[in-house]
Design a protein around this ligand. Structure first.
Ligand code: PLP
Length: 398
């Protein structure tokens, strides 16, 4: 009989990945909170705004009207049409309803995209810093991440030239996230067009993660407007951040029909459809009044300016000015070597336990000198949290 240690308990593919670092931070913070700690939470990436009332009303009405059963795997036709139409109106894309597929969160749309496109040994180009889940989702599929380092001195800007240097015959796809989580960098439209055309000419897929596309503070651009490259483009979108709907789990992908068909096949074997009443609420979100989107964006811009001003008062911390999303990504490396601290992970951990401020260490996003703060919270919490951080950093002796 095999000894216990010789028995492989889990599959290789699940052993290749780690629990999402942001989810891990949230779990650790929740433990402290349950024990009575008064935490300031800059950890999780979710809007502090409530979901707009008309969206909630649509969900309640949908339940009352018994929209409580399975739907077709790719989503109800009116929602697929609403996704395509909203995107066309806002960004000048030209997707048909059958090229839109509804998923249980943008994360699942991304997961499906990678599973459908990436095989064992395929290379996937990943600009750094990257959102935590990209790397693990690629590795789960058996792909190999090829990193493109961006430079903090240039505001973490990504260029087509940087990507081109990493292309090999094994390159299958690249994941482009603009506005970027965690840096807040936004790729200028001309550069994005160059990236898309370059990828298309080489037959490389671009997976454009647009979860923050409505939180671009200085413009409005979607890869979907570059119609000549659409054959190799998969757009991953989400209602989570745009309409403050993180807990509703409603995401989507826009892609040529053969790709959405492959998605549908995969989704028919995992989640089937997303909840019917949530899809109805999503129709209300996408076809109803859009003022809420602009109002929340204006709120985030104010909070960004506040958090930047407050971070600037902490000696030694430097911070790129984010142009989108709702994170700041200060460089904390000036404090390495003080009080036995050698990494952003240690700073994050000690900030949590000693200052009761929740942040996410840069290691989770592929850089070692930074911590991420989500400023999707109230102005008062920002003031309180930054005061705690200021005191904590001041106490670190040389
Ligand atoms: C860059 C990025 N992509 C995708 C997602 C997934 O969002 P959801 O699954 O809530 O739609 C997130 C969530 O934080 C994100 O930051």
């Amino acid at each position: 009989m095999a000894t216990l240690s010789a028995v492989k308990q889990f599959s290789d593919r699940v052993n290749r990945i780690e629990i999402s670092a942001t989810m891990a931070v949230v779990a650790e913070a929740a433990k402290l909170k349950a024990a009575g700690a008064d935490l300031v939470e800059f950890g999780a990436g979710e809007p502090h705004f409530p979901t707009p009332q008309h969206i909630k009303d649509a969900a309640i009405a949908a339940i009352q009207q018994n929209y409580t059963k399975y739907t077709s795997v790719a989503g109800i036709p009116e929602l697929r049409a609403a996704i395509a139409s909203r995107h066309a109106t806002d960004f000048g894309s030209s997707y048909k309803p059958e090229e839109a597929i509804v998923s249980t969160g943008g994360k699942l749309a991304l997961f499906n995209a990678i599973q459908v496109l990436v095989d064992h040994g395929d290379e996937v180009i990943l600009p750094v810093p990257y959102w935590v889940s990209f790397k693990d989702i690629v590795e789960y599929a058996g792909g190999r991440c090829v990193y493109v380092e961006t430079d903090e001195a240039d505001g973490f800007q990504l260029t087509a030239e940087m990507i081109e240097r990493q292309i090999t015959p094994q390159t299958r796809a690249m994941i482009i996230n603009s506005p970027n989580n965690p840096s807040g960098a936004v790729i200028p439209p001309d550069e994005f067009r160059t990236i898309l055309r370059m990828a298309h000419e080489r037959g490389i897929y671009v997976i454009a993660d647009e979860c923050y596309v409505y939180l671009n503070f200085e413009g409005s651009f979607s890869a979907g407007s570059v119609t000549e490259a659409r054959e190799h483009l998969v757009i991953v979108g989400s209602l989570s951040k745009t309409y403050a709907m993180t807990g509703w789990r409603l995401g989507y992908a826009l892609a040529p029909a053969p790709i959405t068909s492959a998605f549908t096949k995969l989704q028919s074997q995992n989640t089937s459809s997303t909840a019917h009443m949530i899809q109805k609420a999503a129709v209300a979100a996408l076809t109803g009044p859009q003022e809420c989107v602009g109002q929340m964006k204006a709120g985030y811009i104010q909070l960004r300016d506040q958090v930047l001003a407050e971070v600037a008062t902490i000696p030694g911390l430097t911070c790129v000015r984010p142009v989108g999303a709702f994170y700041v990504y200060p460089n904390v490396s000036a404090y390495f070597g003080r009080n036995g601290i050698h990494s952003a992970a240690e700073i994050s951990k000690r900030l949590l336990h000693e200052a009761h401020v929740v942040t996410v260490p840069g290691e989770a996003f592929g850089t070692r000198d930074h911590i991420r703060l989500s400023y999707a919270t109230s102005s008062a919490e920002i003031t309180k949290g930054l005061a705690r951080m200021r005191d904590w950093f001041a106490k670190l002796s040389r």
